[in-house]
Structure formats: C-alpha cells, structure tokens
Write a protein that binds this ligand. Structure first.
Ligand SMILES: *Cc1c(COP(=O)(O)O)cnc(C)c1O
Length: 355
C-alpha cells in the first residue's frame, strides 16, 4: 500500500478568495486592462503562432524587451512562469539538504512554503519597530544561524513599506548568504537595486509582470543577477517554463513604454486616493486603526478587529486580504475605492466603542 509522506500530507492547496465579490481588492493585481494596442497585436500574434512547436527555452525576445525597458544587460535576465516559479527554482537549486534560509516576518507566505517543500531550516526573523527592517539585527541572525539564503520583499507585501536602498546594500554586503530581493512592487517605488546587480556576487532580484504591468493572468516574472547566477538559474529551471503565448504577449506589452508609464500614473493616483480616504477615516475614528506608509499599489491597516472588518465588507460584496496579522487593501478603480471607503466608514460608525 502506498503512503504519502508527511510533508505532502501536511500541504493544502493555495486558497485564494473565490465567490462572486463585485469589488475585489484582495490580490494586488492591477485594476486596468491591457492597453488596446497590446491586445490587438496579441490577436495577430495568436493567429501566427506555431502551436505545434516548443517555446524558446531562453525566452530571448521577452527577456530582451524586459532588459530594454529597464536599461539593463540582457545577460543578467532569466524569465519564469511568474516570479513564484523562480522562487521555487531558487530554493531547489541554491539550498542543499539541511541548509538554513531566513525570512523577515511578516512577509510573502510563498517563501516559507518553498522552504518547507525543500526541507530547509526556516529562520524566521521578525521585523523591527513600525514594521521596518532592523538591518543590524538581520545581519547578526543570518551570520549566527549560518543562513545560506535570505529572501524578502521590498517594498514589502504585506506591510507596503519600502526599505531604503542604502540599507539593503549594507545588508547584502554584510551577509554570507545568497540574498533574494523580491522587488514585485518596486515599479511603484524608487529604491530599486536593479541596475546594480554587478556590484554583488550574492544577489538575485525578482520582478513580476503581475502587479504594475497588469498581466497576472499571463504568469511572467524575471530574475536579474550577475551572469554566473543568471546562468545557474537558467540551468536549474525546466527548459520550457514560459509558454509561447506568454513570451509573445509579454514582449509586446513590455515594449509599450508610454502605455506602461500612463498605467503606472493611474495606479498611483488610485493608491493616493485610497490612502487619503483611509487616513481621513483613521482621523474620524481615533484609536481604531492606523495606515502604514505605502510605496506599493495597496494600503496596509494595523487593525485589531480585522476579521470583523473583513466579514462586514465581504457581506457587502467587497473583498480585501488578511495576512501577517494585517489587513491589506489593493487600490482599485475610482468607483471601487469609493464603495470600499464608504462601507469601511459604515463599519467604523456601527462598531463605535468596540475594536
Ligand atoms: C504577487 C507577488 C509575487 C508573485 O508574482 P508572480 O509573478 O505573479 O508569481 C511575488 N512576490 C511578491 C512579494 C508578491 O506580492
């Protein structure tokens, strides 16, 4: 008789929020559709696609479009089936049995998941005061625990806070671990180290097309590192990891610098509107919640009664995300932000004196 091992029996499928919620502010996606010119070009490409052939294993065209968009050498770039896949490849290739990896909690839950699958030892470092990174503490723990891989998001999901690049630079230089810097939200901020990977022999930066570029459905992410690290990643991934349609549409979209810039402006305007509305609510209801500083497309609330808040919103067809002991709200279209803020206001009115 076959017995599944304990590890795989302990797993549960990722459980995104499903059901029909008219206002979805839970997954940090872009609320914008792809630009019309990209959709039209994609239709032409679809008609010409050789579906009987395997895709380009090096994903050259889309890696080229990505490197041109950011002005970095293409030799530093490897593509993945979402940055999620790249995280899995990095954990499986760069950790050996029994190695320690570190996260800085609260952070993106996929890091710990991959470490668990890899049977690596998890060193969970806590964030410091105000959810900031305590760089000296992190360095000390990494060295003491002989950490081989340190992974964190900057700006951070779920805190929405960005760590200044000078601090990140010090951290990378001061540890003997491979540092995986997940810049999934860095298009919304200005503290990227993307142009500096040549300065480090222990840095892999991850980027994604799922957030600022509005292509979550395509599953497209990139790793950026010195060519020796990038080559190791290309060797460790499965050969045809990024499908041909994704390579093609991703390349078309990444060439549209003006459309990307315009979309980014719209998203940041929505984020600012959401943040202003939340700060206004926080003032009207002192002591109920605080809004963390944001450098992302979402706002993060420190809110003791977050489950009741979540349930109240869900009953009205609005969904947000609770994670890492925080409540995370993705910015949406103007009407979505308005409905959310209105309903959140009702909640704080109705629960006055509680919370
Ligand atoms: C959304 C997200 C990702 C996943 O990106 P994909 O490219 O869609 O797999 C990675 N890291 C963080 C921190 C994210 O929030």
């Amino acid at each position: 008789m076959y017995d599944m091992n304990k590890k795989v029996r302990a797993l549960k499928p990722y459980d995104p929020i499903t059901g029909s919620y008219p206002v979805r502010l839970d997954a940090n996606e872009s609320f914008l559709p792809l630009p019309e010119e990209v959709v039209l070009d994609a239709q032409t490409a679809l008609a010409e696609m050789a579906f009987n052939r395997y895709p380009d294993p090096a994903a050259e065209e889309v890696c080229g479009a990505f490197s041109a968009h950011y002005g970095i050498p293409v030799g530093q770039v490897a593509a993945g089936n979402g940055s999620d896949e790249l995280i899995t490849v990095i954990f499986s290739a760069f950790l050996e049995k029994g190695d320690a990896f570190a996260t800085i909690e609260p952070d993106f839950s996929m890091y710990a998941f991959n470490g668990f699958l890899q049977e690596a030892r998890h060193v969970a470092i806590q964030k410091g005061e105000g959810y900031r990174l305590d760089i000296d503490h992190i360095i000390e723990v990494c060295q003491k625990e002989n950490v081989k891989l340190l992974i964190f998001s900057n700006p951070c999901n779920p805190t929405s806070i960005v760590c200044p690049r000078g601090d990140v630079d010090k951290l990378i230089r001061s540890v003997d671990a491979l540092v995986v810097l997940d810049e999934a939200y860095m298009d919304f901020s200005d503290q990227s180290l993307l142009g500096c990977v040549e300065d480090y022999d222990n840095l892999i930066i991850l980027r994604t097309c799922s957030k600022a570029f509005g292509m979550a459905a395509l599953r497209l992410g990139f790793a950026v590192a010195r060519p020796d690290l990038a080559n190791a990643l290309r060797a460790a991934k499965s050969p045809y990891n990024v499908n041909a349609l994704t390579q093609k549409i991703g390349a078309l979209a990444l060439k549209q610098d003006l459309a990307i810039k315009a979309a980014l402006g719209d998203i940041l305007a929505s984020r600012d509107e959401l943040r202003a509305g939340l700060e206004n609510l926080a003032q009207q209801h002192p002591g109920r919640f605080t809004v963390l500083p944001t450098d992302t497309n979402f706002c993060t609330l420190v809110l003791p009664d977050r489950q009741a808040f979540f349930d109240y919103l869900a009953a009205k067809g609005i969904v947000i995300r609770l994670t890492g002991g925080l409540a995370r709200v993705t910015c949406g279209a103007r009407e979505e932000n308005a409905i959310f803020l209105q309903t959140a206001g009702e909640y704080f009115e109705q629960t006055k004196g509680e919370g």
